[in-house]
Design a binder for this molecule. Structure first.
Ligand code: DGI
Ligand code: FE
Ligand code: FE
Ligand code: FE
Length: 190
């Protein structure tokens, strides 16, 4: 139904200006990492463009979509509805943008938490989301941008580690999947 340009145009209407700019930054970063790590460029583009497609929906609209597509919402998620924009984004990619590639859909689903044993496409979307040129506030950004050129897993782990530190410091609920991803890559790298 949509080609790349069609997806971009549709997103520009769905997202805030800042979120759209972030999305184009993720697309650009994901394409260069896809070239470096032999990932299908078309898939990287689509996953990057759609990763935050549900980000600017109202909480009511998010809950409505969860209901419509039978996504279970836990009490913890209800307290932090921003977290399910990834899962809802994947559902919207499938049913509204008609993307049926499971690899792309999973990259969208796991772009916020990460997970254990990720595919290269999933890693690239997760990392690009954090390091795209528009991001300026996270700690260690320069180092992570350097490391990713040589070692994708190490960059991924640095982001997981910084994210968990941030969540702990701000006393936020940590999703089991985030913790599993961290433990998995800590073991892989040692
Ligand atoms: O949507 P974006 O802002 O582009 O990025 P994202 O979807 O990766 O969301 C980033 C935020 O998600 C960041 O503030 C950390 C937070 N996050 C990641 N894992 C968890 C989490 N927040 C909570 N509460 N628990 C988690 O496990
Ligand atoms: Fe996101
Ligand atoms: Fe992220
Ligand atoms: Fe994002």
């Amino acid at each position: 139904k949509y080609n790349i340009t069609g997806i971009r145009n549709h997103l520009q209407k769905q997202l805030s200006e800042n979120r759209y700019e972030h999305t184009l930054g993720v697309e650009k970063t994901a394409v260069s990492l896809a070239k470096l790590y032999n990932v299908d460029i078309e898939k990287a583009k689509i996953a990057a463009l759609l990763h935050d497609c549900a980000k600017n929906l109202s909480d009511d609209k998010k809950l409505e979509l969860c209901d419509k597509y039978n996504i279970e919402v836990t009490e913890e998620q209800k307290k932090n509805l921003d977290l399910i924009h990834a899962e809802i984004g994947s559902i919207m990619a499938k049913y509204e943008y008609e993307i049926h590639d499971e690899g792309i859909l999973n990259a969208i689903t796991y772009h916020t938490t990460g997970k254990s044993n990720m595919s290269n496409l999933e890693k690239i979307i997760y990392v690009s989301d954090y390091i795209e040129p528009g991001r300026t506030k996270a700690p260690n950004l320069d180092e992570i941008r350097r490391v990713v050129m040589k070692n994708l897993d190490k960059a991924l782990f640095m982001i997981l580690s910084d994210t968990i530190n941030y969540l702990k410091t701000s006393k936020k609920y940590i999703v089991p999947t985030t913790m599993e991803a961290y433990e998995y890559y800590k073991n892989i790298l040692n």
